[in-house]
Design a protein around this ligand. Sequence first.
Ligand SMILES: *Cc1c(COP(=O)(O)O)cnc(C)c1O
Length: 401
Amino acid sequence: MALNGGSPLLGVYRQPDFRIVAGEGCELTDEEGRRYLDFTAGIAVNALGYASPVIRRAVEEALDTGVIHTSNLFRTPTGEALARRLVEASGLDRAFFCNSGAEATEGALKFARRWAGTLGKPEKRGFLAVQGAFHGRLFGSLALTDRPAYQEPFLPLMPGATHVDPWDDAALDRALDPDRVAAFVVEPIQGEGGIHPFPTERLRHFRALTAERGIALVLDEIQCGLGRTGELFAHTPSGVRPDLLILAKPIGGGFPMGVVLLSEEMAATLRPGDHGTTFGGGPLVTRVALAVFETLADPAFLTGVRERGRVLEDGLRSLHSRFPERIREVRGRGLMWGVEFTDAVGPVVEAARERGLLLVGAGANVIRFVPPLIITPDEIRRGVEILGEAIAATAAVGAAS
Ligand SMILES: *Cc1c(COP(=O)(O)O)cnc(C)c1O
């Protein structure tokens, strides 16, 4: 059978048979009227779930102005209001808007190189990322993504990118060469790499090392940021102030958007013409993003994420106790969790889908849980129960064969 049932779309995704036509809250509905509890949230994008009144209102307000797009030739009040809120909340000084996570990574790399170019060290152009990192799939961001299978068909990528074991202090010391490295790029919680949170102490260590050596620290919070962990940013509890912070997935409420936040020191080296985008930060997406941000940044909302995160954690830990020979580890924060299995998770994901629960993997052996942040405790318990059934069912299949 042809991939994806003869769909004319480029075959770079493996898609299940059903087609989604509607959604509300944490549920999606397919053409046949089947409903699915969605623990993927469009890969950590749909923080406010489906049919969100917050997003609807913002879209309507934007449409009422008649101006969806202006290009960056002109200023807009919503773009500046959003930038102001983001710099205030992050403790950084300037915002650059683009259209995706990979674009935000690419922007941060250019900005870091621009800054490094002013330091009088001609070789200081390299970038360091950590093992297991995911920063996007364009030529620069892909070079920082530690997945040989994603890279190899497309070599050569951007030169100057290397990876280091983030736990090996001697290797870090060697790799963070102040004469050659412009920026060190880290996800405070690795997403695609399998949900690996860095403890606060490690983030502080990265900050101390990079600060001491005059290397820009870029935190990639494209997946873990903006309320996902029950904190506004995953790095918030560490008190670390990065030089650049990149955001994307949930910020646009489902509309494509990426953000680079910069310190004044970085920003001061950039001039008109140094970077740009036609669509980035238009009036529709920034109005929606402002409404999304105000919702996510509300301390009461974040408290709710932490509380419901504990319900999810408890559920996943009880599955770990129930299936100790299938599940190796449960890890995460807030509403961002990974369950590492002893073998490939494809069959469990499929069995869960057949039972009405949508899940997404993060690498071959990890199921990732990134539901809408508005998910209720009952929905969490229902999802965990379905997952338990799916694990039991696939265990039975494995034993029979
Ligand atoms: C998804 C993701 C990206 C890439 O974002 P796209 O919008 O898919 O380009 C980069 N970094 C992290 C941590 C991500 O999760």
